[in-house]
Design a protein around this ligand. Structure first.
Ligand code: HEC
Ligand code: HEC
Ligand code: HEC
Ligand code: HEC
Ligand code: HEC
Length: 223
């Protein structure tokens, strides 16, 4: 109950009302479909590749120039949201590199006017599903697991389903997806490359993981 004397259910509970009605009739089949694959077409958009206002290429900046993801996506280790870099980050190089390029016209304009570039969001979960970057990255889950080979993408596309079934597949047993934290942004890393120290770190993380019951509890992702 809040100060106005009203109960507040989490937003996602609205979805369950129709679900409960259907459940009464077709409980077993419905539960398997819902809990196993809970999915909406907007999210399961593998290959979704919107056109961006500037031809920014991860293949050039990460693949060729070797920049780390965290140089631009600065918040991934601290916050739920992975920050998109401000224009100033681009201009720290592009004041001198290709200063007259037509491909960078909108970047220079944005820098002069202070109006941010309007990047189109690629990955977008519905509001009733909660996701947290820091919770994953700090337990050694790599960007690669969820975003694919970003370092080879000229234009970013969605590589994985992002459906509830996909999240749960990993949450039932995340251990095979854990790597040393120092390697989360390394697109070339292979478990066979782990040093003894890194192997020990992986085992420490395995032991620290929340239980399967906690990680598959509805309230973990619907709060
Ligand atoms: C690991 C995270 C996670 C857990 C745990 C989880 N969900 Fe979900 N759920 C999601 C995501 C992500 C979506 C959105 C999927 C989409 O848009 O395709 C979703 C979607 C849904 C939907 C909407 C389905 C639809 O067809 O649009 C319902 C209802 C739902 N979840 C109920 C539940 C219930 C009940 C539980 C507990 C048994 C649960 N969820 C546990 C992540 C989770
Ligand atoms: C030089 C800065 C820079 C670096 C380095 C960089 N990114 Fe990006 N990233 C961007 C910008 C700008 C966008 C928005 C435009 C776009 O989608 O291409 C973006 C978009 C993304 C998106 C899509 C976001 C959405 O809208 O859903 C993902 C995922 C992503 N980056 C992952 C990565 C990963 C993983 C790495 C490291 C392997 C990385 N980025 C390195 C600047 C960068
Ligand atoms: C660390 C330096 C650095 C940063 C930061 C950086 N870039 Fe670049 N960018 C480069 C270099 C170097 C090239 C040229 C690669 C080449 O020509 O082979 C380049 C090329 C480009 C090009 C192609 C230009 C052309 O004319 O071919 C675009 C567009 C671009 N960058 C956009 C961006 C955007 C947008 C950002 C910010 C999100 C950004 N860059 C941040 C170094 C950087
Ligand atoms: C466990 C899966 C997973 C991992 C690991 C992961 N991401 Fe994401 N990422 C997502 C999902 C899901 C979204 C969409 C979130 C939403 O719409 O609420 C997303 C969105 C983004 C976005 C768009 C901004 C945002 O937060 O919505 C960027 C940029 C991004 N990720 C970069 C990265 C980088 C860089 C890494 C590695 C350091 C990384 N991600 C690791 C699943 C992941
Ligand atoms: C490749 C494996 C993997 C995938 C895919 C994945 N997760 Fe996770 N998730 C993890 C791990 C590992 C943790 C950290 C568990 C811990 O701290 O013990 C975690 C933690 C979380 C947490 C924080 C739980 C808490 O209570 O601290 C949330 C929320 C979450 N995941 C949501 C999602 C959603 C939503 C999706 C799908 C869009 C998703 N995850 C996909 C592996 C994954």
């Amino acid at each position: 109950m809040d100060s106005s004397g009203q109960f507040h259910f989490p937003r996602w509970s609205n979805l369950l009302l129709p679900a409960i009605g259907v459940l009464a009739v077709t409980a077993p089949i419905y539960l398997i479909t819902l809990v196993g694959y809970g999915a909406s077409p907007a999210t399961i958009n593998v290959g979704y590749r919107p056109e961006q206002p500037v031809e920014f290429s991860h293949a050039i900046h990460v693949g060729e120039l070797g920049m780390d993801c965290r140089y631009c996506h600065t918040t991934v280790e601290q916050a739920a949201f992975a920050a998109i870099p401000p224009t100033a980050t681009c201009m720290s190089c592009h004041t001198n590199i290709h200063p007259k390029s037509i491909k960078l016209l909108k970047v220079r304009e944005s820098y002069q006017t202070g109006q941010p570039i309007e990047w189109v969001k690629v990955h977008d979960l519905p509001d009733y599903a909660y996701f947290d970057h820091a919770a994953h990255v700090n337990k050694g889950v790599s960007c690669l697991e969820c975003h694919g080979r970003i370092d080879r993408m000229e234009v970013v596309h969605q590589a994985e389903e992002l459906s509830m079934g996909w999240c749960l597949d990993c949450h039932r047993d995340p251990t095979p997806s854990i790597r040393p934290r120092g390697q989360v942004t390394n697109m070339e890393w292979d478990p066979a490359m782990a040093t003894d120290e890194e192997q020990a770190e992986i085992e420490r993380i395995h032991k620290s993981l929340k239980s399967t019951r906690q990680l598959t509890d509805c309230s973990t992702c619907h709060r």
